[in-house]
Design a binder for this molecule. Sequence first.
Ligand SMILES: [Ca+2]
Length: 188
Amino acid sequence: MRTFVIAVVLVAFVLPAGAFEVFELNVPGRGYDPSWPPDGSPWHTIRPPEAYCTDVAQTDHDDQNGDGVIDPCENIQIDGVWKHIEWIGPTFTISRPGAREPILVEPIAGSRQIEYHIIFPPEAFCVIVHTDQPIVEVCQYVIILEPPEYAGEWHVDEIDTNIHTNGGSPVEQSTWSQIKSWFQNLIN
Ligand SMILES: [Ca+2]
């Protein structure tokens, strides 16, 4: 029983730090470039939706294999908080005449590069769109074939570098402090 309680408490402490987040490197004209930018570089929050457009800064980074490239399972410190990188890749901002606003799409790993999922706007998050050709450059026109609500010709406005993080790993010191404190209380 005690083991179960401990497990529940550990999950309760750790899970809030594991929220899924998406950041876009905010360096105009850089395009897709997965090399580590210098600390101090600005990133732009895409998710969570309530933080959309919030500008944050890279305050440190952990290039574990020393190759100068952002890799999954490496860590980035955003505004002083370490975050575990789950995915890195290009994000495409595309628009079409008459559309209310551009949408942001990302390639689906392992696809034939004509399948993308929407990461913005929030109400369309994870909707999969199929294009007639791979998206490769700014100012390219591509045709979305489906789903019907997005079908038509789209213009590639920007190509940027995005990362997905789990929002807090390695576990922050404050969380460990909470866990240690809880265990000390349990023992005493
Ligand atoms: Ca690396």
